[in-house]
Design a protein around this ligand. Structure first.
Ligand code: NAD
Length: 510
């Protein structure tokens, strides 16, 4: 185990670990005098104190990345590929260690954390094919004696700002394609669970990534604003809540940067009367309560059409008492705690709010929460949720699943299309024709047909519509490669003295 992984063991024993930045291939202790607490949510105790970067510290990281860029962009595609295979192997060997950081600071159960790492690794595997991904076009004899070809080049220093809910996978969505394309990278992870990023930095160094190509700076709004305003940063990828995504997009683009900013979600799962109700109930419970509902692709609202509703509520109710809530390190646990005490309290407040607004509380997670100081909440189910209620409109981001009853398919689709978010959506039906019509009709970026969490595989791109994405390009996959490169078209002629002459006219195709 590396130094950082050893620290993790100490964290479990109750010591408060200082979590510093990673700049130019080494740990750098913060000097701003500002920092924030990191908790183990299952124990409810502070385990870390993370340094918050000042604008000067952000600048130091940018300068390190800028210096590294001069040589990193010249590294051949075959050497980059070789390195990515080594990175893939090393991260794979340490996937359990990475997952343990996630469980310790985020709270998700270890099996889920390993799943997160696995999905991130798929993006790294995709990047192993970088020579193929960066291939340009070539047109021979576009004009007589003239060839035209296109190339894609890296942007320079680029930054990623990431949310608490996927502390390993979402950074991988960004740094892997960015670096494979020849950029140098600055990661500003969530201050709630920052350790996995530092551990990743150590592993990247061990795999042979040159110093300065990957840097980690921790912090809050001060660090984010410094990134958005720094003239040395060419592009910013952001994943987080919608208000901050909008702010990052507007501020970053106003400062001349390319920005992709992925925001929040309120993902609807439509269940038609012909659906297999047991399959739909299994999917709803898995996708609604997995990772304690703290997923941007979690199903947060079921739209039950016609007579599907009563059967569906009954089938979900049967399953709820069997969901095992507990410490993520316990192999029997299926759902962990919420990330912080404040977030748990906010999520729990929606149960009362739903009741006050007229929804039916079928299950109240406060009554089934485990004992102890952890940030616990059991699974909650609200029936008869109606558009206009806060529990319908807000992204609750916790284990509170709502059910809205409608009479027709058209009403269900209208609900999705009128929603300001457009991240994921799913339909459960046995009717292929209806499913095909749904994929045509629905206004969302990622659609599941009998699949509740349709996160695209690594060779497609991930992104929502409407308030779930600000910017033009989705993240990872082909659009990720596009985002981290810019195009250049070369028009070329080799000297041929036999045809050379002075011609002051505008060049015309011949
Ligand atoms: P968040 O918006 O609070 O934080 C995201 C990042 O922004 C963090 O690095 C944080 O430090 C920074 N930040 C927070 N407040 C800021 C401010 N005022 N100014 C500048 N920067 C600030 O999000 P979160 O709570 O960490 O993550 C949960 C949210 O992320 C949910 O809304 C979820 O839907 C969303 N999310 C979206 C996707 C997606 O792909 N669309 C994926 C994962 C999470």
């Amino acid at each position: 185990m590396t130094e950082v992984a050893d620290q993790f063991t100490e964290e479990r024993s109750g010591e408060v670990t200082r979590i510093s930045h990673w700049i130019d291939g080494q740990r750098v202790e913060g000097e701003s005098g500002r920092s924030g607490p990191v908790y183990n949510p299952a124990l409810g105790v502070q385990t870390g104190e993370v340094d918050f970067a000042s604008p000067e510290e952000i600048d130091r990281a940018v300068q390190a990345a800028r210096r590294a860029f001069d040589s990193w962009r010249t590294v051949s595609l075959s050497r980059r590929t070789e390195l990515f295979f080594r990175i893939r192997k090393l991260l794979d060997e340490h996937r359990e260690d990475i997952a343990k950081f996630l469980t310790a600071e985020h709270g998700k159960v270890l099996s889920d954390a390993k799943g997160e790492v696995a999905r991130g690794l798929e993006v790294i595997e995709y990047c192993c094919g970088i020579p193929e991904l960066l291939k340009g076009d070539f047109s021979e004899q576009a004009s007589t004696g003239i060839d035209v070809y296109s190339i894609r080049q890296p942007l320079g220093v680029v930054a990623g700002i990431t949310p608490f809910n996927f502390p390993a996978m979402v950074p991988m969505w960004m740094w892997a394609p960015a670096i494979a394309c020849g950029n140098c990278f600055l990661l500003k992870p969530s201050e709630k669970d920052p350790s996995a990023s530092i551990y990743t930095a150590e592993l990247l160094k061990e795999a042979g990534l040159p110093d300065g190509v990957f840097n980690v700076v921790h912090g809050d709004k001060v660090a984010v604003d410094s990134i958005l305003e720094h003239p040395g940063i060419a592009a910013v990828s952001f994943v987080g809540s919608t208000p901050i995504a909008r702010y990052v997009y507007e501020t970053g683009t106003a400062n001349g940067k390319r920005v992709q900013a992925l925001g929040g979600a309120k993902n609807h799962m439509i269940v038609l009367p012909d659906a297999d109700i047991d399959m739909a109930a299994d999917a709803a419970v898995s996708a609604g309560y997995g990772s304690a509902g703290e997923r941007c692709m979690a199903v947060s609202l079921l739209v039950a059409v016609g007579h599907a509703a009563d059967d569906l509520v009954g089938a979900i109710q049967e399953r709820l008492p069997k969901v095992k809530v507990g410490d993520g390190m316990d192999p029997d646990s299926e759902m962990g705690p919420l990330v912080t005490r404040e977030h748990r309290d906010k999520v729990a407040s929606y149960i009362d709010r739903g009741r006050d607004e007229g929804a039916t509380v079928v299950a109240d997670g406060r009554e089934t929460a485990p004992e102890g100081d952890g940030f616990w909440l059991g699974v909650s189910l609200l029936d008869n949720v109606k558009p206009g209620m806060d529990v319908y409109k807000d992204e609750i981001f916790g284990p509170v699943l709502g059910i809205t009853r409608v009479d027709t398919y058209d009403e269900a689709v209208d609900l999705v299309n009128e929603n300001p978010y457009g991240n994921g959506v799913a339909i459960f039906t046995r009717d292929g024709g209806v499913a095909r019509q749904f994929q045509f009709d629905v206004k969302a970026g990622m659609v599941g047909v009998n699949v509740p969490i349709p996160v695209p595989v690594a060779y497609y791109s991930f992104g929502g519509w409407k308030n779930s994405l600000f910017g033009d390009l989705h993240i990872y996959g082909p659009e990720g490669i596009q985002f981290y490169t810019r195009g250049k078209v070369v028009t070329s002629r080799w000297p041929d003295p036999a045809t050379s002459k002075v011609d002051l006219g505008f060049p015309q195709t011949r």
